[in-house]
Write a new protein. Structure first.
Length: 339
């Protein structure tokens, strides 16, 4: 058996070889691997962003045959030291057309390792919206390394404030806001939930944290175990966190609003849904975050999908395990909204 030993922290226990991928996901991964960089470095970011933007879903497709009205709204970003907005944010606003008052609004934050992505990455949120009669607001936050912490999280918080302030325009009760995000977006969603708690901001019904990127230290057993495997490994993770935090990454002074795993107090948060695969970098930090919510007296539902790589449900949506993961999220949302 191959043993992988963390080289930077000698007191950590050795870990075994990577857990096996789900068979259906293995087949998908073999197709995906040639299309993915073998190593994520910042010099690849510009081309990757351009490719993602070229594949961005247009408004007419997001409307889903008239199920939603779709609008791009420009709103003020976070205030700077001079009291003026630092930037203008673009929000994607999708309203269901078949009901007069949506059940709630999903405030969605896209993934992309803090360095990639756009607010057109809303497939999951629109699936929930179509099933449960929800509105969706998705934020285009500024990306690292051009805009390091706290720009991304402050942008996301500013978008949340706008959503709460304009809930009546959306036909939604401002107390019925769901925050969601995947990967980096999941980490930002967790951070925004912390900010909302600490600043007395908008009330959140629940937080859906899908394979969230939570810990800049990048030193859990799963991070070492999955190095060089799957979709987003330890090296890629180091690139993303360093882009966001620079030389502070992994040090003693990182803010919990940058890396929520650093938060000392996880009490008083909205109920959390957290899911992750067994065969991915973020497994152990996500399990630890759910555990600490329980230890603080909070509510969390944790799913650890056997053989799942990072973002498996997006990469292989027809796989049985992906269908199960999607169904579990929908069931959680339905239960939260019924209370």
């Amino acid at each position: 058996m191959t043993i992988v030993t963390p080289s930077s922290v000698s007191e950590k226990l050795p870990v075994g070889p990577p857990p096996p991928f789900d068979p259906e996901l293995t087949a998908a991964l073999e197709i995906l691997r040639p299309q993915m960089p073998s190593e994520w470095t910042l010099d690849l970011v510009a081309a990757a962003r351009e490719a993602m933007d070229a594949l961005a879903i247009p408004n007419d497709e997001l409307a889903r045959d008239g199920a939603f009205t779709v609008e791009d709204v420009a709103v003020p970003g976070p205030l700077g030291a001079d009291g003026q907005p630092e930037c203008t944010l673009s929000l994607l606003v999708c309203r269901p057309t078949w009901i007069e008052r949506p059940t709630a609004v999903v405030y969605h934050i896209h993934g992309g390792g803090m360095i990639l992505g756009n607010n057109r990455m809303v497939t999951d949120a629109l699936d929930w919206a179509q099933e449960l009669g929800l509105a969706v607001v998705a934020v285009n936050y500024r990306l690292a390394p051009e805009h390091p912490h706290p720009a991304p999280v402050e942008d996301c918080y500013a978008g949340l404030l706008w959503t709460a302030e304009h809930a009546a325009d959306l036909g939604v009760d401002p107390a019925r806001i769901i925050i969601s995000g995947q990967s980096a977006g999941g980490g930002l969603a967790a951070a925004v939930a912390l900010l909302a708690r600490d600043r007395g901001g908008p009330a959140l019904v629940t937080q859906l944290l899908l394979c969230p990127m939570l810990d800049d230290r990048n030193d859990t057993p799963s991070a070492w175990q999955m190095a060089g495997c799957g979709i987003w490994d330890r090296g890629a993770n180091e690139t993303g966190w360093t882009a966001l935090l620079g030389e502070a990454r992994g040090g003693p002074d990182v803010s919990p609003y940058a890396a929520p795993a650093r938060a000392k107090d996880l009490s008083g948060l909205p109920p959390a849904f957290i899911d992750v695969g067994t065969a991915e970098t973020f497994r152990d930090e996500d399990v630890a975050y759910a555990t600490r919510i329980w230890q603080a007296g909070g509510v969390a539902e944790l799913h650890v999908w056997p053989g799942g790589f990072h973002g498996f449900d997006m990469m292989a949506p027809e796989a049985a395990i992906s269908q199960d993961a999607k169904a579990a999220r929908l069931h959680w949302l339905r239960r939260q909204l019924s209370t």
